[in-house]
Ligand binder design. Structure first.
Ligand code: DP6
Length: 371
């Protein structure tokens, strides 16, 4: 049985009739950080999330991917031979079977940031792969704009759930669960001018890949006693975050985002089997940050995905105040704090010309040292 939704199958039928040939293709796609997180998916291989989610696009944290037909299938990650994640491989195999093509592919992907440590490399990686295939098959010539968007959002979702939010050209994106359906909707949402380009940085606690992948973690979500509590609150949180984004309401945005990050980690730590993605330094940093933020009335919020590293977001005009606080924290905690600041706000770029036009240094590394 296919894992593809009926609308995705209709697209593939159209592509199959056009007897497309595969040329080299490339794409660069951003990662995203969920403010309201996706955690848990339905059983089966349809990649249907148990809850809707909402994210901010991280223009500087990117994957650059090229694909080209070759004698045998090979995957290279950051220049070294690697194994394509099993679901990505299975989705590609199914896709090409559907299209009636058996072309082996050489796939090369390079990330501008450390892989698999809670900065959603599967989001940018999945988005860049589906974009590179679009380029290789010249799908934008064949499909209408709406069809091409569906190819990207549905295709990315099948490769990695959070990737569907990385193919939409918008600062803020909603991925909506459609109960009872084997497909979902992913779309741009509007925000107040001040929030369009939030400053973002990742406090790099540990750049090593995590031991338990998000894909494994999703499987236990519904076993947590807190799952249904969070699930019931999701519509309220999504509505309030969207209103806060539109109205430029920082306190509500901060409260809802941090509430959901705490709820996510409570679920992770109480599901079967439990997983703790946080390290000792994550909690030390967080406690100190919350105290300092309060003392200095700083407009900055934190969130954490499936990893020990901490994402910080603030309005652009508050960046210097945030840096001052990070410097104070380095002194108080007597430790160096390294932050990867997002330096770009570019969305998905499909095709060599668009990829070449992207900035060279999309991430700025700053280390705050005790003085
Ligand atoms: C905690 O999208 O990595 O980052 O669909 O199995 O590939 P798969 O999982 P993935 O899960 C992301 C989980 C999260 C929250 C989020 O990004 O919404």
């Amino acid at each position: 049985m296919t894992s593809f939704s009926p609308s995705f199958c209709r697209l593939l039928e159209k592509a199959k009739k056009a007897s497309l040939s595969l040329a080299p293709g490339c794409c660069s796609a951003p990662s995203n950080i969920a403010l309201i997180k996706y955690w848990g998916k339905e059983s089966g291989n349809h990649q249907i999330p148990l809850n809707s989610s909402l994210s901010f696009t991280l223009g500087g944290f990117r994957s650059h991917t090229t694909v080209r037909p070759e004698d045998s299938s090979r995957f290279f990650l950051n220049g070294a031979p690697a194994q394509l994640p099993a679901r990505m491989q299975a989705t590609l195999d199914e896709l090409f079977r559907y299209l009636g093509q058996q072309t082996p592919l050489r796939i090369e992907s390079v990330n501008t940031f450390p892989t698999a440590c809670g900065i959603a490399s599967s989001a940018s990686g999945g988005a860049a792969l589906i974009g590179a295939l679009s380029d290789a098959l010249h799908l934008s010539d064949l499909f209408s704009e709406g069809e091409h968007t569906l190819w990207l959002t549905e295709g990315a979702r099948l490769l990695s759930g959070s990737a569907t939010r990385s193919v939409v050209s918008s600062a803020f994106v909603v991925w909506e669960r459609l109960p009872g359906r084997q497909e979902t909707q992913t779309y741009a949402i509007k925000a107040h001018e001040e929030f369009q380009r939030l400053a973002h940085g990742v406090v790099m606690i540990d750049p090593r890949p995590k031991a338990i992948s998000s894909s494994q973690g999703h499987q236990g979500a519904a076993t947590s006693p807190f799952f249904s509590l969070r699930d019931a609150a999701i519509p309220f949180l999504l509505e309030n975050v969207q209103k806060a984004l539109l109205g430029g309401d920082w306190p509500t945005l901060m409260m809802c985002t941090e509430h959901d990050a705490f709820a996510l980690h409570a679920i992770m730590q109480t599901m079967q089997p439990p997983v703790c993605y946080l390290s000792k330094m994550t909690t030390i940093f967080l406690a100190a940050f919350i105290t300092k933020r309060h003392q200095h009335r700083l407009r900055a919020l934190w969130t954490i995905d499936a990893g020990p590293n901490i994402h910080l977001l603030c309005p652009q005009q508050d960046v210097q105040a945030l840096k001052d606080i990070l410097q104070m924290m380095a002194c108080d905690l007597r430790t160096s704090i390294t932050v990867f600041f997002n330096n770009a706000s570019d969305f998905i770029a499909i095709g060599a010309d668009r990829v070449a036009a992207l900035p060279d240094t999309p991430i700025q590394h700053i280390t705050f040292t005790p003085t």
